[in-house]
Design a protein around this ligand. Structure first.
Ligand code: ATP
Ligand code: MG
Length: 626
């Protein structure tokens, strides 16, 4: 067992990162590492500037040379009866073909290509095909509406879209091509719609613009020379989840991002590429899908599992059925999935053989200690380590996390930064807090995976991340450091409450609430309170079999009082039918805050909301409070 506190930080960061860059196959090796300034009036970030490479070569060519028959992708269909194994050679050839099709239809280096795809292998091929010819991909989650798609097409000025006739999810069909057609009534500039046949959905076909992949692929060769890219050429644009406002088109470049994705994937998951199966359950529409389904694991020559469906179909045991079927060693998922599965009977987990599992990961939101314990003890049989990885779309990869082999004695702590990452906690005046304390989480030194800008709006990039604290990257999240120097993420800083002069993270109160046996999920926000400054408003979702009642609300208040202390006692407990979440499953507390404040007319950007209907029910339910 390694000792968490002794995690080594390099003394020379540039030398460290230059060494890490050697894990890639460069066409021209870089001679220097970072070249960056975080001054507000001169903000620029570059890594490995004089290096030349191609991202798809990292993920394909070198593995085709070394182990062509190793499985690159295990694809598990929405239906439990369907799965497929794709070798590195097969993936290489499909990617080259798709690259050739794009080229033949005039897509060039630097052009933006939107991917609006279900979770099929072609989604990964499409990303890598764009990378191969130097086109910049922007993946839009397949669950987004035509409006959301149109605004992203316009924002990044895309000229091509890769999509499918439809997508399968949980036994239902999503009309992807029909959505594209609707989006294109609003957005202009698209000259090519390349369509993968997935569902046999009847679709409209516009001659000259639309193209079937299965027809086009037969007209091209399975070989396409990789475009030499400068390290700082953009690899992709990805829009953030929109938890805090209008989504930002985050830009990642080639050399730094690839180095960081490969480095973190190896360091955190320690997959043995020749024998272990690695599964990240994210959608390719999120950064987690980019770095940890496609770029990281394939750069490292691993076998990455791609799942078309949802964890609840055909039943809530599906995740464990997939683990058993493909002998998954590493499972990386989100707290929202863990909490949903925890509501169901444990038997759905235990009836499946999970002896292949070695490591469990979590990402996306704070995981409550209660959910952490269940994840560790039930699916993980108490023997699998948990890595609760803190990072963001903007960081490109994992930043602060426990590592396998660390003592598992701090459920839900982010613990320590990875070597090369230098965080700090700042107080309200922007002064660093040394030793134990709580405040705003910043990173003080650039790292290769850092986003370079917001597409088309560098000023927004500067304002959002570099204006709150001079000379530091502001994450927007709060953190606490304990006596051992371990970090705990307390949630988004604008979610921190100030009750009678006491600062409290909403995550802490939420975790206290779900220690109650009836509570499945909770979200806590503040609202203006005459006496205390801020009052504590809790939205609580009950587990199956519990009915809302005043007694239960009172018991939940008592639970928080006992777990944290009288100052945290909720003023209001609203027993709610559901919570507003982003499409990636994160709770949108800013919407809950507006409802609690009595301003349901000021909800702001709700375009990334998964179930808009829930909002009206919550507004209705909040009317009972004064
Ligand atoms: P937007 O920036 O548009 O509001 P978002 O912040 O939800 O959306 P992402 O980049 O997908 O978009 O999410 C990053 C955020 O998710 C982090 O800033 C943090 O608040 C939260 N997060 C991610 N992983 C963890 C974790 N392991 N523990 C706690 N919080 C996490
Ligand atoms: Mg964010």
């Amino acid at each position: 067992m390694s000792d968490r506190t002794s995690r080594q930080q390099p003394s020379d960061l540039d030398a460290f990162w230059l060494k890490e860059a050697e894990r890639l196959d460069w066409m021209t090796k870089p001679s220097k590492a970072g070249n960056w300034s975080w001054a507000e009036d001169d903000l620029r970030i570059a890594w490995f500037e004089d290096g030349v490479l191609n991202a798809s070569v990292q993920c394909l060519d070198r593995h085709v040379a070394a182990h062509p028959d190793r499985t690159a992708i295990i694809w598990e269909g929405d239906s439990p009866d369907v799965s497929e194994r794709i070798t590195y050679r097969e993936a290489f050839e499909e990617v080259c073909r798709m690259a050739n099709v794009l080229k033949a239809r005039g897509v060039r280096k630097g052009d933006r290509v939107i991917l609006y795809m279900p979770m099929v292998p072609e989604a990964a091929y499409a990303m890598l095909a764009c990378a191969r010819i130097g086109a910049v991909h922007s993946v839009v989650f397949g669950g987004f509406s035509p409006e959301a798609l149109a605004s992203r097409i316009e924002d990044c000025g895309a000229t091509a879209i890769i999509t499918a006739d439809g997508g399968r999810r949980g036994g239902k069909t999503i009309p992807l091509k029909a959505n594209v057609d609707k989006a294109l009534e609003k957005a202009s500039g698209i000259r090519l719609v390349l369509m993968v046949q997935v569902t046999d959905e009847k679709v409209a076909f516009e001659d000259g613009r639309d193209l079937w992949w299965h027809e086009a692929r037969d007209d091209v060769t399975p070989d396409c020379p990789p475009e030499p890219m400068k390290a700082e050429d953009p690899l992709f644009i990805l829009y953030t989840s929109g938890s805090t406002g209008k989504p930002k088109g985050v830009v990642h470049t080639t050399g730094g991002y690839m180095t960081y994705a490969a480095y973190t994937h190896e360091k955190v998951f320690r997959v043995e590429p020749e024998r272990e199966v690695y599964w990240c359950t994210a959608d390719v529409g999120w950064i987690t899908g980019h770095s940890y389904i496609v770029y990281g694991p394939l750069a490292n020559g691993c076998t990455t599992l791609m799942f078309e469906g949802v964890p609840s179909y055909p039943d809530a045991g599906r995740m464990w059925a997939v683990v058993e079927k493909h002998e998954v060693a590493v499972l990386y998922t989100a707290p929202t999935a863990v909490r949903a599965l925890m509501r169901e009977s444990d038997e759905l987990v235990t009836k499946h053989d999970r002896s292949s599992l070695r490591l469990l990961g979590s990402v996306g939101e704070p995981i409550n200690p209660e959910a952490w314990r269940w994840y560790h003890e039930v699916p993980g049989e108490g023997r699998c380590d948990i890595v609760d990885t803190w990072w963001q779309t903007e960081t490109g990869g994992i930043m602060i996390t426990p590592l396998p082999g660390d003592p598992m004695d701090k459920p839900a702590a982010a613990t320590k930064p990875l070597p090369g990452i230098v965080p700090a906690i700042l107080d309200a005046d922007g002064k660093p807090i040394e030793g134990p304390g709580e405040g705003g989480l910043v990173i003080t030194q650039s790292w290769p995976g850092q986003a370079r800008t917001v597409w088309g709006d560098h000023e927004r990039f500067v304002q959002t991340y570099f204006s709150t604290y001079k000379g530091a990257y502001f994450t927007g999240d709060g953190a606490r450091r304990d006596e051992d120097g371990d970090y705990w993420i307390t949630g988004r800083l604008d979610d921190v409450l100030n009750v009678s002069g006491h600062r409290m993270g909403t995550a802490e109160i939420e975790s206290a609430l779900i220690t109650h046996k009836a509570a499945a999920e909770a979200a806590v926000v503040g609202y203006p309170h005459d006496v205390k400054g801020q009052g504590v408003h809790c939205y609580v979702i009950l587990k199956e079999g519990y009915e809302p009642s005043d007694e239960l609300a009172l018991e939940l208040k008592k639970t928080v009082r006992e777990e944290i202390g009288p100052v945290a006692t909720p003023d209001r407990v609203q027993l709610a039918p559901g919570l507003p979440k982003t499409r990636s499953g994160k709770i949108m507390r800013r919407i809950l805050r507006k409802i609690a404040e009595g301003h349901p007319d000021q909800l702001g950007d709700t375009s990334t909301l998964a179930e808009p209907e829930i909002v009206d029910k919550l507004i209705e339910g909040a009317k009972g409070f004064k």
